[in-house]
Design a protein around this ligand. Structure first.
Ligand code: NAD
Ligand code: KPL
Length: 303
């Protein structure tokens, strides 16, 4: 069974290289002929891990030229996922499985709606990777991957294959709760770190706004029937801020690099859900307005 990887960026490369190192069949699906030529010129995919740097010439092709796909890792940003799912639909075999690596919420549901009959497995990842240059990925730190089917169902037989390939992977029977929890943590930390232009540790001086945001996020989680995800949220946010004090949040890094953020799938999703549930959450709404103004002033999309 071939693992097809669509999105040969940071996380997609990290997965592809570990699967290939374990002797599994992997193919990269690249965007267009130019990107395919760039990949060939780069001599393959490179993964930098502590103490070693390995390059592999993994097979790569265009989606249009790929044989029907059975198992695919969708490793693009959340804002690209729905459009890519529509392009993927004619290339998937009946009974295909697709793993969704996107952060936040909303994109997974859009992909599932675009691909009826396909098993959509959402992944909540705390692994870290970044690109040194195109097709050269650096593993940034240890983490975990929780996998779960948004429609329920048992763990797939290939979960052990991932673990054997050194990809930390744990099956989660309530993946929605885990995605909501991560979304809430990201909503508390990331936008404020952008507006304050600080490392996560800088938020230790923002106790009052952070506590108000956590209170509203807890209200939202409870109203969205995600009470388990609401439990102990404030304490975990503080723990993560302390543990990542020296780091810039992913949203801060995107804004600083002039890249589009995934805000629409984090704070945007939270605010839309609050509106749908008839909840007034003034701190969260004010944060969304301030962040939108901040992004607009820098020529970045607000969605
Ligand atoms: P990335 O920008 O490094 O990679 C995305 C890749 O998708 C790029 O290579 C891009 O070229 C490719 N892509 C986009 N449109 C395409 C198309 N039409 N055809 C083919 N390829 C296409 O992003 P990333 O950092 O790997 O993040 C992917 C997702 O994983 C995001 O939702 C992110 O939030 C989440 N995530 C990332 C990390 C991390 O450490 N990088 C950690 C946890 C979660
Ligand atoms: O996930 C994160 C991010 O930067 O996106 C943390 C470190 C938890 C901050 O929200």
């Amino acid at each position: 069974m071939t693992w097809s990887i669509l999105g040969a960026g940071s996380l997609g490369s990290l997965w592809a290289m570990r699967l290939a190192a374990a002797g599994l069949e992997v193919q990269l699906l690249l965007r267009d002929p130019q990107r395919l030529a760039d990949y060939q010129r780069a001599g393959g995919l490179t993964l930098e891990q502590p103490g070693r740097c390995i390059t592999r010439r993994l097979p790569a092709r265009l989606l249009a030229e790929a044989p029907p796909l059975q198992r695919l890792l969708l490793a693009c940003k959340a804002y690209d996922a729905a459009a890519l799912a529509e392009r993927l639909a004619p290339h998937l075999q009946p009974g295909a499985e697709i793993l969704l690596l996107q952060n936040g919420l909303g994109s997974q549901q859009a992909v599932a709606a675009a691909l009826p009959g396909v098993r959509c497995i959402a992944v909540s990842s705390t692994e870290g990777a970044h690109r040194r240059r195109d097709f050269h990925c650096v593993q940034a730190g240890a983490g975990n991957n929780w996998l779960g089917d948004l429609s329920g169902g048992p763990a797939p037989h290939w979960l052990a294959e991932l673990q054997r390939a050194g990809i930390p992977a744990q099956w989660c029977s309530d993946i929605l709760a885990r995605l909501w929890r991560k979304l809430a943590i990201n909503c508390a930390i990331n936008p404020l770190s952008v507006l304050q232009d600080c490392r996560n540790g800088g938020l230790l001086a923002q106790r009052a706004p952070l506590e108000a945001l956590c209170d509203e996020l807890q209200q939202l989680l409870i109203a969205a029937e995600q009470s388990a995800a609401a439990e102990g949220l404030k304490a975990e946010v503080w723990r993560i801020i302390e543990a990542t004090a020296a780091n810039y949040s992913s949203m801060h890094q995107d804004v600083a690099a002039g890249r589009r953020t995934e805000v629409d799938y984090l704070l945007g999703h939270a605010c839309r859900e609050a509106a749908r549930l008839g909840l007034a959450l003034p701190h969260l709404s004010a944060l969304q307005r301030q962040l939108a103004a901040h992004l607009t002033a820098r020529g970045l999309p607000t969605h």
